[in-house]
Design a protein around this ligand. Structure first.
Ligand SMILES: Nc1nc2c(ncn2[C@@H]2O[C@H](COP(=O)(O)OP(=O)(O)OP(=O)(O)O)[C@@H](O)[C@H]2O)c(=O)[nH]1
Ligand SMILES: [Mg+2]
Length: 478
């Protein structure tokens, strides 16, 4: 990963890599286990896109990949979970809920023909060469809705631990993008609470920003209105998502998949003199004798939406490239990328490390070499570079057991800090003596709390907090 977090995540990576080498050096079948667990380490973090039926999930997936691979038909709903990874040649494996894999060809129209019935499919593993997928594996899911029970179950099956008691089928996601087009509903929030994520690795997306509020003909600009609403939602959902980013997936998809042509731009520009209302009427009513062929009109509307058609006309006079730039800019995709890079990916990397430690823990449980494996994981967890992973694991456990506890808050502060001062809740520029004093105060408080904890999760969390504050409470070594 790039950015300011490259340091810590690289250190996490190296430590885990050494640990796996050590595991392999124990010989026998542990070589295979080390390789299999290592493949998690060497693959990009996995981000699952979830949300209500028709919220625009597949459209956003296409925009992020930069190719129209996920189906977004207006009438047909996505009915299987699909994991998009970087790889050549373009191909797919259909994975059944019994764990069996069926390699299948991918047709030119991008359709994957299922060799088994869709209710028997756990997910489709889809590889295609894509620079965007090199940093992030994207997982498209069927929409949550009681209207499409089978689709709803398909998503829950692979995201919620213990749903239908199937474990083989998990998609092992490291972070989630949660899409909604108005305020999220109670049942959607309940679903999110069941996912194995923290608010730090869950990003909210207010989708269809171009049609927000009263839409393209309303009194307010829908994009501006959506941005304002997203800020409000972000505060309301602080315990659920890291942030809420408004986006027009449609504008992002059109501009990132090379769908605009000079001809379409010229056709759009030809409508420049019409009033917005007349444009809408022309696009609405087949009977009105418009200046464009119905097929062209449908194509423009499908690519740009009503907002894009009305407001893109003047820009389109500058040609397809200018129109494309305008779409990129208005879509909000840059903000989404920034949010994904800055926080989701950072915590997704910690989550991926947690998955690796979890696999080692489970291996220690069943393997004859359990003592050696256990001592290896204990050693790994005690390594300073893996400390953030331990903090993350404790935070995750505390969110389940006691989200309102003071230690839960402290763990979050430690996790989100970007400086030693930040770790004890002080501003980044706070002087060393102030940081030391505050660390000592927090250390004393942690010891105090250790005397009367409410749960095993809290016991563990306090040990982690003590490990965090101890080095900060002493003068820096010379
Ligand atoms: N105006 C507008 N339309 C959108 C946007 N995103 C998606 N759509 C349209 O909404 C419809 C559904 O989009 P999809 O991306 O298939 O939605 P989905 O969430 O994947 O739907 P399911 O998989 O069936 O749950 C399509 O006709 C899209 O063109 C958007 O940002 N703006
Ligand atoms: Mg879909």
């Amino acid at each position: 990963m790039s950015g300011p977090n490259a340091g810590p995540s690289t250190a996490v990576h190296q430590t885990l890599d050494q640990g796996l080498r050590h595991l392999a050096s124990l010989g026998g079948d542990l070589v295979d286990y080390a390789n299999s667990i290592g493949s998690i380490l060497w693959s990009p973090p996995r981000v699952v896109i979830v949300g209500r039926l028709k919220a625009g999930k597949s459209t956003l997936v296409n925009a992020l990949i930069g190719a129209p691979v996920a189906e977004t038909a207006a009438l047909e709903a996505t009915n299987v979970v699909t994991i998009y990874s970087d790889g050549s040649p373009s191909r797919a494996d259909v994975v059944g809920i019994d764990g069996r894999r069926y390699p299948v060809a991918v047709h030119r129209d991008e359709r994957v023909h299922l060799p088994i019935d869709s209710p028997d499919v756990a997910f489709v593993d889809r590889w295609l060469p894509s620079a965007a997928l090199r940093n992030l594996t994207l997982i498209d899911t069927p929409g949550l809705s009681t209207l499409t029970v089978a689709n709803d179950a398909a998503t829950r099956r692979v995201t919620i631990d213990g749903f239908e008691q199937t474990r083989t089928a998990s998609i092992d996601a490291d972070a989630a993008i949660f899409l909604f087009d108005a305020a999220p509903r109670r049942d959607e929030l309940d679903f999110l609470a069941q996912l194995p994520f923290t608010p730090l690795n869950t990003l909210g997306v207010l989708s269809r920003a171009d049609a927000f509020g009263e839409g393209a003909l309303g009194r307010r600009d829908p994009l501006g209105h959506a941005a304002e609403h997203a800020t409000r939602l972000s505060a309301q959902l602080a315990g659920t998502v890291e942030d809420v980013v408004p986006i027009s997936g449609l504008m992002a998809q059109t501009s990132h998949t090379g769908m605009l042509t000079e001809q379409l731009a010229a056709q759009l520009a030809s409508l420049q003199a019409m009033s917005p209302l007349d444009v809408t009427l022309m696009f609405d009513d087949d009977a009105v004798d418009g200046s464009l062929m119905p097929a062209v009109r449908d194509r423009l509307l499908g690519l740009l939406g009503e907002y894009g058609v009305i407001n893109g006309r003047r820009v389109a006079t500058g040609g397809a490239a200018a129109l494309n730039r305008w779409l990129v800019d208005r879509s909000g995709i840059a903000t989404l990328h920034r949010a994904l890079d800055a926080s989701t990916t950072r915590y997704a990397v910690l989550h991926r490390a947690h998955r690796i430690l979890d696999r080692l823990d489970r291996l220690a449980f069943t393997h004859p070499a359990r003592e050696q494996i256990r001592s290896l994981t204990a050693q790994l967890r005690a390594t300073p570079s893996l400390h953030p992973v331990t903090v993350f694991e404790d935070y995750q456990r505390m969110l389940r057991t006691d989200p309102k506890a003071a230690v839960t808050d402290e763990l979050r502060t430690v996790l989100t800090a970007t400086s030693p001062a930040g770790r004890v809740g002080l501003p980044d520029q706070a002087p060393t003596h102030a940081v030391m004093a505050e660390a000592q105060r927090r250390l004393a408080m942690a010891h105090q709390r250790a005397l009367a904890t409410g749960s095993a999760a809290e016991d563990a969390a306090i040990v982690t907090l003590i490990r965090t504050y101890t080095p900060l409470s002493a003068p820096p070594a010379r």
